[in-house]
Design a protein around this ligand. Structure first.
Ligand code: SF4
Ligand code: SF4
Length: 63
């Protein structure tokens, strides 16, 4: 079991940097209508890369 990254949706500006940074396939899903990303938690390996690149500090791992 990996600890998944989470999105603070209210902070996300939909820039998709996380989406292109994540090394795992199909973890981030871009929701066009909302212009925000969601995380498929079952696919996240908890590597933490996305947390370091988000310009809005919208991503976190753990509590
Ligand atoms: S923690 Fe790693 S695997 Fe999980 S969403 Fe972020 S970049 Fe992808
Ligand atoms: S990098 Fe941050 S602000 Fe940009 S889409 Fe991902 S979660 Fe949203």
């Amino acid at each position: 079991m990996y600890v998944s990254a989470k999105v603070a949706t209210e902070k996300c500006i939909g820039c998709k940097i996380c989406l292109s940074t994540c090394p795992e396939p199909n973890v981030f899903v871009y929701i066009k209508e909302e212009k925000k990303v969601q995380i498929n938690e079952g696919r996240c390996k908890g590597c933490g890369l996305c947390v370091t690149v988000c310009p809005k500090q919208a991503l976190s791992i753990g509590s």
